[in-house]
Design a protein around this ligand. Structure first.
Ligand code: AMP
Ligand code: MN
Ligand code: MN
Ligand code: MN
Length: 301
């Protein structure tokens, strides 16, 4: 294994391969996010906006100006077993026509869902939520539940976005509208055919029973998915341990990312995560040839 002069190994690179900008539901523009990643000591960074690569070009430009190694990224919303599962894509060609078209098709349903969410919230006594949510988003087609949450906090309906999700925006609550996202196999194929690596995002968030979790990873790997987030903002130590086991069982590389959305909303800042366990194969080792800018020394040795 290549090592740094101070004997820090590849798995100890401060990689943050999951973050959001104003292109989706983050609150910082891509260039400001690059600056914050750099200032926080991140050595390898990926922007992974929901269902979009719209921020990749400005993020790359800002990262390369800062000497920060960069991977193109996105986070695709997928429907699997009546749950919305997120698949992160890393290191692809962001101009790939099939990927760009697939992301556009996935985004296309968001505005219609937002109209239905607003109608449902109006019936629950909260009018004006469509315009309210859209005021928080750069492009209407990127509108997400996070933008509704910010509007409901602004209105004083709830004290913070976490409370909005618990009371209004999850299954069974008045503002929740079921939605058909991309298919798992399509999302994995768009990413891998564009030269990238597909990663199951924050797997502990889905609360699948063991048989469904096994089905998710089996199908994901059968479609060509090759990675899983093990060290991620939402995971506890026990969950990191569990998904390290899943990585070994399914032969998947391991990823690490904060899922940072903004200074006011995210508990975990860019790069502020535990190290990746040394027993795992980091996704950035498999993506070394796709990294842009100054590649961390531990990967070039
Ligand atoms: P959507 O893609 O429109 O369904 O919105 C999902 C987004 O809402 C996620 O990417 C998170 O940014 C945010 N989100 C989901 N659940 C929560 C929660 N419990 N608390 C705060 N934000 C959440
Ligand atoms: Mn989000
Ligand atoms: Mn996600
Ligand atoms: Mn995310």
């Amino acid at each position: 294994m290549p090592v740094l002069p101070d004997n820090r190994a590849v798995h100890l690179i401060n990689a943050d391969l999951h973050s959001h900008s104003t292109v989706s539901d983050g609150t910082l523009a891509p260039a400001r996010l690059a600056q914050r990643a750099h200032d926080s000591g991140v050595q390898l960074w990926a922007l992974t906006d929901h269902d979009s690569v719209g921020g990749v070009a400005p993020a790359r430009e800002a990262a390369l100006d800062l000497g920060l190694a960069f991977l193109a990224g996105t986070e695709i919303s997928v429907s699997f077993a009546d749950e919305c599962v997120h698949i992160v894509g890393l290191g692809f060609d962001a101009d790939d026509a099939d990927l760009v078209a697939g992301l556009a098709a996935t985004r296309a349903g968001r505005l219609q869902r937002a109209r239905e969410m607003a109608a449902s919230l109006a019936r629950a006594g909260i009018p004006g939520a469509l315009d309210g949510a859209l005021a928080y988003v750069d492009t209407p087609e990127a509108v997400s539940r996070a933008h509704f949450a910010r509007f409901l906090v602004e209105r004083g309906v709830c004290a913070d976005v976490g409370a909005v999700f618990r009371r209004y925006l999850v299954e069974g609550k008045p503002g929740f509208v079921p939605h058909r996202w991309a298919r798992l196999g399509d999302a994995v194929r768009w990413i891998t055919a564009a030269g990238g690596l597909a990663v199951v995002a924050h797997p502990a968030r889905y609360r699948f029973a063991p048989t469904l979790e096994y089905a998710l990873f089996s199908e994901f790997a059968a479609h060509g998915g090759r990675g899983v987030e093990v060290v991620v903002g939402a995971h506890t130590e026990a969950e990191r341990h569990h998904y390290a086991g899943i990585a070994a069982e399914f032969g998947l590389a391991a990823s690490r990312g904060s899922d940072f959305h903004g200074p006011d909303e995210s508990r975990v800042d860019l790069g502020a995560l535990p190290d990746l366990p040394g027993t795992l194969s980091p996704v950035w080792e498999r993506l070394a040839g796709r990294i842009e800018g100054r590649v961390p020394q531990a990967l070039t040795g």
